[in-house]
Design a protein around this ligand. Structure first.
Ligand code: AMP
Ligand code: ZN
Length: 145
């Protein structure tokens, strides 16, 4: 069964408005098709978001070639954010779907600078597979690709 997807409306989308300059953002980098700006409620100082200017609800919707051009900027962004904040690490995150924490349904990538012992955490409780379950999942995922 496939979970119902939230399809946001581009005419009422906060990130479309940031992309078009209708509402202000603390932009750190822009191109004709993408923009990176500071998250207004940062998990750490320097927390930055990278978005396409065109509206796509989540990672399943954005064309691969546009995604590739956008993500080509990621290494430079990581380096600049780490240098500017004095961070010793950075989490590069993407939330797809409300259950994964997506609140803004215009695809975006988080760059969250990290320091040792900053209290943000990153260890999730890892599980394990019952015999045969990993094989079944491997086959199912491959079948959908
Ligand atoms: P997500 O939970 O992955 O959908 O993340 C959405 C992020 O967008 C959150 O971290 C918000 O703080 C951030 N955000 C929402 N509105 C704005 C805004 N106007 N400017 C900058 N960041 C925003
Ligand atoms: Zn949008």
């Amino acid at each position: 069964m496939t979970a119902k997807r939230i399809m946001s409306n581009p005419t009422d989308c906060i990130f479309c408005k940031i992309g078009s300059g209708q509402i202000p953002s603390a932009c750190v980098w822009t191109s004709k098709e993408a923009i990176a700006f500071l998250d207004v409620n940062p998990l750490a100082e320097g927390h930055t978001l990278l978005i396409p200017k065109q509206h796509f609800a989540d990672l399943r919707d954005i064309p691969a070639d546009l995604l590739g051009r956008m993500l080509a900027q990621a290494p430079k962004l990581v380096d600049a954010i780490v240098r500017a904040t004095g961070a010793s690490g950075l989490n590069f995150l993407q939330n797809t779907g409300a259950s994964a924490g997506q609140a803004v349904f215009h695809v975006h990538f988080h760059f969250i600078p990290r320091q040792a012992n900053d209290g943000l955490g990153f260890r999730w409780n890892a599980g394990s597979y019952e015999p045969g379950r990993a094989d079944a999942l491997q086959a199912a995922i491959k079948a959908w690709l």
